[in-house]
Write a protein that binds this ligand. Structure first.
Ligand code: ATP
Ligand code: MG
Length: 351
């Protein structure tokens, strides 16, 4: 029996409550489909930081480099600045393991109230593909003439040919596997005069390799409006680090509660482990109460299985989630009264 070695970083707050439910469901689907997991739990978190002065040990990345994947809950806690958890754990993982794709589904599920009127399940079903390693989030730049009237700051945007082409190829490869076969590019080449025209140029060049895939391109401003007004137009949407960041929060917000949205940071070549984590954070306001919605964590587990090559088992988890969203039990954020464990057990049982 194939056994996957998974680094488990439950993290802080509700991360510790939703993670056991993710593991419960993955163990259940593994039993059904004939594979198993070795869960290598790492205590890396803000709590760990408070004790040790760092988010993970110095050889932390080396400890998990040869694992099959990283399953993450949520890190961050009041009193520990965001940049500590980000730069002390999440960003090193993304960069060291070349997880240059951030992937999130935008999918309206049954039983989930959407803030968009008159939409039913099936109407909204697309993926946001965000470039995750370069773009606008470089640390290159600086301040000159500090303190003087003439002071100014600059920050560089990096779009390498390699980095741009590979994120686009990922988007086209994903579209190839889908029914509608359509890739939309987020751009702003009317205002950002050097990098975004280059983005458009590479989009055109890569699209030529995929003659069967339909393409569209919108400026980011009108694209955000289309997300809200015409979410049915989209199949796969690809954007730079900044634009993708915006779209990958807007998309899940259009399809309901933050508690169910999953995400992944992927190294498509599988040279290094990819990382799967819910969109939500550690939710200190509800932590310790056992009421957090575990579906974002569980759905992230489904994305992990798809990445590991178990598309059927992944689909089985999503189907079980859909069943429980429709029939209950539901946590409070979805208008129910169930607790975290009850929802996790119901999804595992549906498998
Ligand atoms: P962090 O700094 O870790 O990102 P945060 O409080 O800024 O934490 P979230 O943790 O995403 O951001 O929480 C935003 C809001 O959504 C909070 O009110 C939280 O209670 C709620 N929330 C987040 N995740 C869930 C969940 N899984 N189930 C129910 N409510 C949730
Ligand atoms: Mg936050």
């Amino acid at each position: 029996m194939k056994t996957y070695r998974i680094a488990v970083v439950a993290g802080d707050g509700i991360g510790n409550e939703v993670m056991p439910e993710g593991i419960r469901v993955l163990d259940a689907v593994g039993r059904k489909y004939g594979f198993g997991f070795h869960w290598d739990e790492k205590p890396w978190s803000c709590e760990y930081y408070a004790k040790h002065g760092h988010m993970m040990p110095a050889d932390g990345l080396a400890q998990i480099r040869n694992h099959d994947a990283i399953y993450l809950g949520a890190v961050g806690f009041p009193g520990v600045p965001d940049h500590v958890s980000l730069w002390g754990l999440l960003i090193p993982i993304r960069r060291e393991f070349q997880q240059y794709v951030n992937l999130r589904p935008v999918r309206l599920m049954p039983g989930v109230p959407s803030p968009l009127a008159n939409r039913k399940p099936g109407d909204i079903d697309f993926w946001v593909v965000r470039e995750n390693n370069e773009g606008e989030y470089s640390s290159i730049g600086g301040k000159m003439y500090a303190g003087l009237e003439s002071e100014f700051v600059t920050q560089l945007t990096i779009l390498s040919k390699k980095g741009t082409d590979r994120i686009m190829r990922f988007a086209f490869e994903l579209a190839k596997k889908r029914k509608r076969k359509h890739v939309t590019s987020a751009t702003k080449s009317n205002g950002i005069a050097i990098t975004m025209p280059y983005w458009d140029e590479r989009f055109k060049a890569i699209s030529a390799e995929y003659p069967d895939i339909k393409t569209s391109s919108y400026h980011i401003d009108i694209l955000t409006a289309h997300f809200v007004q015409h979410p049915d137009w989209f199949d796969v949407v690809v954007g730079t680090n900044l634009f993708g960041d915006i779209l990958s929060d807007l998309g899940p917000a259009c399809t309901g509660t933050i508690g169910i949205a999953p995400g992944a940071n992927i190294n498509p070549e599988k040279e290094f482990p990819s990382c799967f984590e819910p969109v939500h954070g550690s939710a200190p306001d509800i932590a310790g109460k056992g009421i957090a919605n575990p579906i974002g964590q569980i759905w992230s587990g489904a994305m992990m299985l798809d990445h590991l090559g178990h598309g059927d088992a992944s689909d089985a988890i999503v189907a079980a989630i859909e069943k429980v969203l429709k029939d209950g039990p539901r946590t409070r954020d979805m208008g129910g009264t169930a607790n975290t464990v009850e929802v996790g057990k119901a999804i595992a049982a549906a498998i």
